[in-house]
Design a protein around this ligand. Structure first.
Ligand code: 9MR
Length: 574
C-alpha cells in the first residue's frame, strides 16, 4: 500500500511542480493530477457520498466494485464555476449506494478514479488518526517503536530548567528564576509549547468524553492504553498536567514556553536552545480557565483514578479567572528579543464568554451565567478566524437542557441563520463547501476554519429541531479528505495523496520518507501575504498551496488545527 501511495504522491508533486512553473496571475489553472476528486479516506456507510468531476459534462457516472461490477449509476450534476479555484466542476452524488466495500468511480470520457472505500466507521478512523498524532507531538518524552513505529525518537526538551523571561515575571516567579515545566505537546512544526492552543486541544479531547460513549472506548495504542481510563483521557492528561504546572500562586498562566527564536532544523532531542516562560495574556489565560473548568466537570467521574484532580482543576480555573478580572485586557506581543509564534488576539469578548460558560456549566454559579455576552459575541462571528465563541456553543450544545425556552429560541435562530447562509454559499460550487464567502475563509489554517464551519452545521442540528445539515457537514469532511481542487487528502498518512513535505521539524529531520502520521496541513491561503516559498502555483485562493517544506504558511501543521478536525470527524462519527 505504502509504495502505491508514494508513487501517487510523487505524481501529485510532479503535477504541482509543473504548475509552479506557471506564474501566478495566469488565467488558466492547470488541472491537478486527477479529474475525479473524492474522499480518499473513505465514505461512511449511511452517510453522504459525493465526488467532484473536473470539467464534467452532463452524463452518467458509475460506481464499480473491485470485481468490476456496476454497483450504482447516477447522473453528474450541472457544471459550476467556483471562482475561488477558477474551475468548472460538477458533483457526482452516490449517497444512495450503501454497501460497504471498495469501489472506483467511472466517468465516460473522463476515466476511472482511484479505489475508495465505503465503511462503517470511516469518520471514527479519521478522528482516531488525528487524535493519535498528539502522541507524536509529546514533549519531554521518548517515542518508542512499539507506539511510534518508524517515527520513534528520543525525548526532546526536558524543560527542567526553564527561565522566566522578564515578560512573564510575577511576584511568585521573578524574572530570571528557573523551574521545571516538562510535558505537554509541541505546538506545530516548531518546538514551542503555547498555552492557548494547549488548553484548547486539551478541552477538545475532553469534549469527546462528553460527546458520547464511543470516544471513551476508543483505543489509541499509546503507552497508557493498558490503564483503566479512556485513552482519550490519557492523551488529554498530557495537556492538562502541563497546563496546571504553569500556573503560579497569583493565578497567572504564562502565554508560552519557547526558546527566544525557532529551533534549527533538528529533531527535538537535538535542540539545545535555552527555553523561557514568555509573556502573559488574558486570551490564553481565559482559555486555561475554560479548559480547567471543563476538565473539573469531566474528571468528577474519574475521582478514583485521579483523586483530588477535579477539585484542583476547579481551584486553578477560578484562580485564573480572578487573575483575568484583575488583568482584563492584556494583549500579548512578542518582546523585542523573541521571535517565536505570537498567537496574538485583539478581541477577547469571545474568550471571556467561553471561560464564563464553562465555569457556569461546571459550578452552576450564577456569576458565570453570562449567556447574553455569549449570544452577543456569537452574532456575526462564526466561523471568524480566531473566534472562540463556537467552542462555548459546542459545550452548550451538549448541555442545552440548561437553557430556558426563550434562550433556546434565540440560539435556534442564530444557528439556522448561519447554517442557511453557509448552505446557500455551498450551492455555488461542486465541492459544496461554504468557503469563499469572505476573504478570511482562506486565511492561515483554512482547513481548520473549514472544519469549524462543518461543526457549526452539526451544532445547528442539535439546537434547531428538525434541522438536518448533516449532508453539508459531510461535504466539509469530504473536502478535507481529498474532495477539493487540489485533489489532496490534507491529513498525513491518510488517503492516496497526502502532503509529504509538511513544515514539521521532526518529519523533515528524522530521515523517514513519510511524514509523521495524522497531522492536518494548514491548507491553501490567500490572506496573509505569502512570504515563504518563492513561487506559488496559482493566484486562486483554493489552489494557493504548496506541498513544500518552505511553505509554512500553507503546509505547516498545528495541534489546534488538528483539534478542529478531531471535533468535526468525531461529531460526524457520532
Ligand atoms: O496560526 C498562526 C497564524 O495565524 C499566524 O499568522 C502565524 C504567524 O504568527 O502563526 C500561526 O501559528 C503558528 C504559531 O505562531 C507557532 N507555531 C506554529 C503555528 C502554525 O503555523
Amino acid at each position: 500500500m505504502r509504495t502505491s501511495f508514494f508513487f501517487l504522491s510523487v505524481s501529485l508533486l510532479l503535477s504541482i511542480g509543473f504548475c509552479s512553473c506557471q506564474l501566478a496571475g495566469q488565467a488558466v489553472v492547470q488541472p491537478p493530477a486527477d479529474r475525479i476528486h473524492l474522499s480518499q479516506a473513505g465514505y461512511s456507510l449511511g452517510g453522504t457520498k459525493k465526488a467532484v468531476i473536473l470539467d464534467g459534462k452532463p452524463g452518467p457516472f458509475f460506481v464499480i466494485s473491485v470485481a468490476g461490477d456496476t454497483a450504482f449509476s447516477g447522473k453528474i450534476g450541472p457544471a459550476l464555476l467556483w471562482e475561488s479555484a477558477a474551475q468548472w466542476a460538477a458533483t457526482a452524488d452516490f449517497s444512495e449506494w450503501n454497501e460497504a466495500g471498495e469501489y472506483r468511480l467511472s466517468v465516460p470520457q473522463v476515466g476511472d478514479s482511484e479505489l475508495f472505500s465505503i465503511q462503517e466507521d470511516a469518520n471514527l478512523m479519521v478522528a482516531r488518526s488525528l487524535i493519535r498524532s498528539l502522541y507524536f507531538q509529546r514533549s519531554s518524552q521518548a517515542l518508542t517503536e512499539e507506539f511510534a513505529g518508524e517515527w520513534a525518537r528520543g525525548a526532546g526538551h526536558p524543560d527542567t530548567e526553564v527561565i522566566t523571561h522578564p515578560s512573564a515575571s510575577t511576584s511568585a516567579r521573578p524574572s530570571g528564576s528557573t523551574a521545571a515545566y516538562p510535558g505537554g505537546w509541541y505546538d506545530a512544526g516548531d518546538y514551542g509549547k503555547y498555552t492557548g492552543p494547549t488548553a484548547f486541544v486539551t478541552w477538545s479531547l475532553l469534549h469527546l468524553l462528553e460527546l458520547g460513549p464511543k470516544w471513551k472506548a476508543l483505543s489509541l495504542n499509546i503507552p497508557e492504553s493498558q490503564n483503566q481510563v479512556p485513552d482519550v483521557l490519557d492523551e488529554a492528561m498530557v495537556g492538562l498536567q502541563y497546563l496546571l504546572s504553569l500556573q503560579d500562586t497569583t493565578g497567572a498562566v504564562p502565554h508560552k514556553l519557547t526558546a527566544l527564536h525557532h529551533a534549527q532544523l533538528v529533531m527535538p532531542e537535538g535542540d539545545q536552545d535555552a527555553r523561557y516562560l514568555i509573556g502573559m495574556s488574558t486570551a490564553s489565560t481565559l482559555t486555561f480557565v475554560a479548559a480547567t473548568a471543563q476538565a473539573s466537570r469531566i474528571l468528577r467521574a474519574y475521582e478514583a483514578d485521579f483523586p483530588g484532580l477535579a477539585d484542583r482543576c476547579l481551584s486553578a480555573s477560578t484562580l485564573a479567572w480572578q487573575w483575568c478580572i484583575a488583568h482584563p485586557d492584556l494583549k500579548f506581543k512578542n518582546p523585542s528579543d523573541v521571535s517565536t509564534g505570537e498567537y496574538k488576539d485583539e478581541f477577547l469578548e469571545d474568550e471571556w464568554a467561553w471561560a464564563a460558560l464553562e465555569l457556569w456549566l461546571t459550578t452552576g454559579d450564577k456569576q458565570y451565567r453570562q449567556l447574553d455576552r455569549l449570544f452577543q459575541v456569537v452574532q456575526g462571528r462564526i466561523p471568524f478566524y480566531g473566534d472562540a465563541s463556537w467552542k462555548a456553543m459546542l459545550s452548550l450544545a451538549l448541555h442545552r437542557d440548561r437553557l430556558t425556552a426563550a434562550e433556546q429560541g434565540q440560539w435556534r435562530e442564530q444557528c439556522l441563520w448561519r447554517s442557511e447562509k453557509m448552505k446557500g454559499q455551498a450551492r455555488f460550487n461542486a465541492y459544496q463547501v461554504p468557503l469563499g464567502m469572505k476573504e478570511e475563509d482562506f486565511n492561515w489554517g483554512s482547513n481548520a476554519i473549514h472544519a469549524r464551519m462543518g461543526l457549526w452545521y452539526l451544532m445547528s442540528n442539535v439546537f434547531v429541531p428538525k434541522a438536518d445539515f448533516t449532508t453539508e457537514a459531510e461535504s466539509v469532511g469530504e473536502y478535507l479528505l481529498g474532495k477539493n481542487p487540489l485533489d489532496l487528502c490534507f491529513i498525513t498518512d491518510l488517503g492516496s495523496r497526502f502532503p509529504l513535505n509538511i513544515h514539521h521539524r521532526p518529519s523533515r529531520a528524522d530521515g523517514v520518507a513519510l511524514p509523521v502520521p495524522g497531522l492536518m496541513a494548514g491548507g491553501p491561503q490567500d490572506v496573509v501575504k505569502l512570504q515563504d516559498c518563492e513561487v506559488y502555483p496559482s493566484k486562486y485562493p483554493a489552489l494557493r498551496y504548496l506541498d513544500e517544506w518552505c511553505s509554512y504558511s500553507t503546509n505547516e501543521v498545528a495541534i489546534n488545527w488538528n483539534a478542529n478536525a478531531i471535533l468535526l470527524f468525531a461529531w460526524l462519527g457520532e
